[in-house]
Design a protein around this ligand. Structure first.
Ligand code: MRU
Length: 350
């Protein structure tokens, strides 16, 4: 993918002593960058979805930890490591489901294991966060390469939420093959589910695909079945927040419904995710912690109440799609299509 043709703003930028963060809460109406200078601001930005999407959350947390550590006023490496552990634990409470958050924070702490001084450790942390971001961009490109052969020119593809460029370092996971196809003259048309309650599909996926000149059509979530039937959807492709050792996949609420519909209509249902989204410590999707968010998200749209203020609300932010609904999981190391438990183990060994 040529970077010149790809004019979607980067979600996270390291500035040396601060983080510039694309405020995804303001999209699509305003392209605003926030300047984060403290770990509390980083925590708040992740919690309130100013940055969201599993890989982008991990990248932001990594820079947040490097930023916090750069301000520790101690010459003792032991004390430095204690402070780092405390801040790592703090950031890990920002959101519970996307495993990339914990993966990135663990990787950051590991990166200073061999440091011999506080200054060396501070520099190592910054390098590691930059490395996580650089690698994620390369990984997303590879996911795009591995996914593109699944589609042909003119295909109608359905997706949910935003697993695009701004949810990652660049290019996205589920949207990477769409961008790659665009560049190679393979036109894939996207049907984006709006993704209630906070509308990542309507606000973010349509915005970034339109910026890249991709043919995108917005539908409300309850139009998915009818659209599959009427618009000859060739495939669904979605991202992931955590994939268990058996391939069960947690992703944005509504993903499981799409997978059930896809099965009914005989439409292949693909999950696109980097290996950093797998959690091999978890045997099945039943063990994945599902975030429940504030009831405000369901009762209000853009600050406007759409239901009685005192109505009872259930607001799970993610659901788990059991592996039997998934036609293939596409990673940077290729696609796996069955025997997920064994195949995932093999992927990690290779
Ligand atoms: O609540 P969000 O917006 O962080 O949820 C994001 C998703 O569910 C994405 O599909 C997932 O993180 C993959 S992003 C490449």
């Amino acid at each position: 993918m040529t970077t010149e043709a790809f004019n979607i703003p980067t979600s996270v930028k390291w500035q040396g002593d601060s983080i510039q963060l694309l405020n995804q809460q303001k999209l699509p109406h305003m392209t605003e960058y926030l300047t984060l200078t403290s770990i509390d601001e980083v925590f708040e930005a992740i919690k309130t979805l100013k940055v969201r999407g599993a890989p982008a959350i991990g990248i932001t947390a990594a820079f947040g930890l490097a930023l916090a550590a750069s301000k520790y006023e101690t010459n003792s490496l032991l004390r430095f490591k204690q402070l780092l552990e405390k801040d790592k634990n703090y950031l890990s409470y920002a959101r519970p489901t996307a495993v990339n958050l914990f993966w990135a924070l663990e990787r950051m702490v590991k990166s200073i294991e061999n440091a011999t001084s506080v200054n060396e450790a501070k520099t190592a942390l910054i390098h590691e966060a930059i490395q996580i971001q650089v690698e994620d961009e390369e990984i997303c490109k590879k996911i795009g390469e591995n996914a593109l052969p699944l589609f042909k020119d003119g295909d109608n593809i359905m997706t949910i939420c935003n697993a695009g460029s701004i949810a990652t370092a660049r290019y996205g996971t589920a949207l990477a093959p769409i961008y790659l196809g665009k560049e190679r003259g393979i036109d894939l048309k996207v049907f984006a589910c709006e993704t209630r309650p906070v509308l990542q599909g309507a606000r973010l996926t349509t915005w970034e695909l339109m910026k890249a000149g991709v043919d995108v059509t917005l539908i409300t979530d309850n139009m998915a079945a009818h659209t599959m039937k009427m618009k000859k959807i060739s495939a669904c492709i979605v991202g992931a927040d955590r994939i268990a050792a058996n391939g069960d996949t947690a992703n944005k609420i509504g993903t499981f419904s799409l997978a059930i519909l896809a099965k009914e209509f005989n439409i292949p249902f693909f999950v696109a995710a980097p290996l950093s989204t797998f959690d091999l410590s978890i045997k099945s999707g039943q063990e994945i912690p599902i975030e429940e968010r504030d009831l405000e998200e369901v009762i209000h749209i853009n600050g406007q109440a759409i239901a009685p203020e005192d109505v009872k609300v259930y607001n799970p932010s993610f659901d788990v799609t059991p592996n039997e609904y998934i036609t293939g999981i596409i990673t940077e190391k290729g696609m796996i299509t069955s025997n997920y438990f064994e195949e995932i183990k093999r992927l990690f060994k290779s």
